[in-house]
Design a protein around this ligand. Sequence first.
Ligand SMILES: [Zn+2]
Length: 453
Amino acid sequence: MKIVLKPGRYTFIMRLQVPSRCILILLDGLGDRSFESLDGKTPLEAAKTPNLDRLAECGVNGLFHADRVGRALPSENAHFAIFGYGPDEFPGRGYLEAVGAGIEVSDDDVAILAHFVSVKEEGGKLLLRRDKPEFSPQEIEELTRHIASYDAGGIILSFTHTGRHEGILTLSGSVSPFITDTDPFIRGRYLMEPLPHAHAVDDPVAQRSARALKDYLLWCYNELSSHPLNEKRTADGKLPLNAIATQRAGKYKEVQPFQERWGLRGLSISSGIVYWGLCRFVGIEILKDKDTGNIAADFTRRMETALGSLNDYDFIHVHTKAPDTAAHDEGAGAKKKAIEEIDKGLGEVIDRLLADREILTIVTSDHSTPSESVLIHSGEPVPIAIMGKGVRRDGVESFDEVSCAAGALGFVQGEDLMHLVLNHLDRVKLRGAMDTPEDQPYWPGPFEPFILE
Ligand SMILES: [Zn+2]
């Protein structure tokens, strides 16, 4: 009989010298650049954050990058690395959002992010006038119905609205995910031609998939441009929602489940479909939360849920998108305020968090989001603080991009974070020890006891 050890319980019984659970507090897009308007500080440096600072004071601090310094990672790729998965295992954001939104997507389908934009014709090309023009939910609903399904010579394309301007386009049939984006991101640039990736340029399936996408987008442009609703918008002096822009195609891949890889039962508490999809994909359970507009209350509620889930999980990811959203939508001042709201929310639970000797707490971010830049994300590292029983303590007194660089942790990269988690939970395996046929990074593994014969 094979004995399967329950990792959490076993840890709890066997070792009381270190924490048995980890709460990873992930403040999305927290890192930033310095701004004159903030006296040369980053929004995090400028923000009053007594509670985050208290966490930094209690532990060890450093800098983190989910990949390598200078690389700009989207949230999903950064989270993928944080959870201990390599770039080759990544299925593409389109697929993850489809899974997160509960859209039926088979293992052979391709899923692509797709959203409404406003374009104008210029010399046979389509110029992006506005990425996300204002709209009413009824308008999006009506237009979505109009472009919901299309048959491109045997490849079926289906558009499902997922929220605001956004949706998922699925391609079914003999299809390839190796198709380039058509979304130029920036106003005043032309939409781009969907092409096969360089390595798939001679692959007829990739060629046909790119062609099918082109046919669908042309059809959408013609249908939407002549739709009475858009004619009325134009007459009213509004920009028409007359095209669809696409990016980041994805397709299912097989990956090792999180618990099998790290020996930890994972839970994620977050509010975005891409996080739900990503966690479901790697086998981390999800608790779907909502953003109510009250950043502090949302964060407190998520932390309380985490504190109440410690009997059932060994690794809990608590996520807030607030800093990233503020940076994208409103700029550095708003991001500073959003960070202060998170800190206020943390203040409601910090005593319980620090009093519980079974908890290893990690605070960090997935990437930097520059509040004023043409870049979506940027390549600077983010601060990281780790605290809990047995964790070293340094002299850092402030949780920010500059102060944490002087900490004793140094620089942490990518999946090293998961190894650090195992280490501080006394679960990291001594290299070379083989308690199971699989050389897993955690210890003890689900070993077979010696049988007397
Ligand atoms: Zn992010």
